[in-house]
Write a protein that binds this ligand. Structure first.
Ligand code: NAP
Length: 294
């Protein structure tokens, strides 16, 4: 893997946690594993279910398909209209479960209501759950059984490890408790022996809690919600947020970067922090699934 850049945010002491560079190294490493599989006649394949016309979902799926191609993984995107039937979608999941040429399956979130995304996930064979969000994969985080880790929190842990940021014994505060992000994040940090606090919309005096964090993970879905005043001096700040804001070009994180970087010892940018790591983990899980099934 190429040497990691150790760049500091200008005029601050905050190390920039460069997810793009770490993800690039991971993707390079995967190319060899994909080549080895292909030599054995196995072409790793990720099947993606995309339902409806949410423009952001379409962009994410295109990005993931392109990333697959870049390391030699075949991607297969099935696009369904928002008025597709639940039984049709479930039949597709079953077909992918049974298809030995498909090694990983991703159901792009959100599946528009009234379709039942949770029911689709329950149908998915956990051995192909490369997004790590079926009840079985999430349950494995509790029990310690092997399973694919949810891509975004797994990407965050991998990013912290890449920069040798210690987790054990640290107080980690996760703001957000979604099933795909906040909760598995908290469990992964706990499994790495951090002391973990989970905050959510009913948390009282949020800033008093975030200011205790050695590692602060923002997974709120609100642009620039975490400000520098909510960060303990020297904390590691991880911004999982990705928000489109009218009148602003590009995506905006959940952290107010400039004020947080003045206080933090390390911080992820948006874009170029957690986002590329999520995609790299999806590729990594797909290659692992292919190796396990081959
Ligand atoms: P979500 O399902 O909307 O969950 C947001 C969480 O934030 C909820 O648990 C909510 O609490 C909590 N919250 C909302 N307002 C709050 C407040 N005022 N104080 C404290 N907590 C509050 O969002 P998500 O899917 O977890 O995503 C979070 C962010 O990460 C979004 O910006 C999303 O775009 C981004 N994301 C990025 C990636 C990536 O690859 N980089 C992947 C997934 C998501 P309650 O539970 O009480 O409602």
């Amino acid at each position: 893997m190429e040497a990691l850049p150790r760049t500091f945010v200008p005029d601050t002491h905050a190390l920039l946690l460069d997810g793009k560079a770490v993800a690039r190294g991971i993707r390079e490493g995967l190319k060899g594993r994909v080549a080895a599989l292909r030599e054995r006649g196995v072409v790793p394949c990720l099947a993606v279910m995309l339902v409806g016309d949410d423009p952001a979902s379409h962009t994410y799926v295109r990005t993931k398909a392109k990333a697959c191609e870049s390391v030699g993984i075949r991607s297969l995107v099935r696009h369904y209209p928002a008025n597709a039937s639940q039984s049709e979608l479930e039949a597709q999941i079953e077909a992918w479960n049974a298809d030995p040429s498909v090694h990983g399956v991703l159901i792009q979130h959100p599946v528009p209501s009234p379709l039942d995304e949770a029911a689709l996930l329950r149908r998915l064979d956990p051995r192909k759950d490369v997004d790590g969000i079926t009840p079985t994969s999430l349950g494995a985080l509790l029990t310690g059984e092997p399973a694919f880790g949810a891509c975004t929190p797994l990407g965050i842990i991998t990013l912290l490890d890449a920069y040798n940021i210690p987790i054990e014994g640290k107080h980690a505060v996760v703001v957000g408790r979604s099933v795909i992000l906040g909760k598995p994040m908290a469990l992964m940090l706990l499994n790495r022996n951090a002391t973990v606090t989970i905050c959510h919309s009913r948390t009282r005096d949020l800033a008093a809690i975030t200011r205790q964090a050695d590692i602060l993970v923002a997974a709120v879905g609100k642009p620039e919600f975490i400000t520098g005043a909510m960060v303990k001096p020297g904390a590691v700040v991880v911004d999982a947020g990705y928000n489109r804001v009218a009148g602003r070009s590009g995506d905006v994180g959940d952290v107010e970067f400039a004020s947080a970087a003045r206080v933090a010892s390390a911080i992820t940018p948006v874009p170029g922090g957690v986002g590329p790591m999520t995609v790299a983990m999806l590729l990594q899980n797909t290659v692992r699934a292919s190796e396990q099934q081959a």
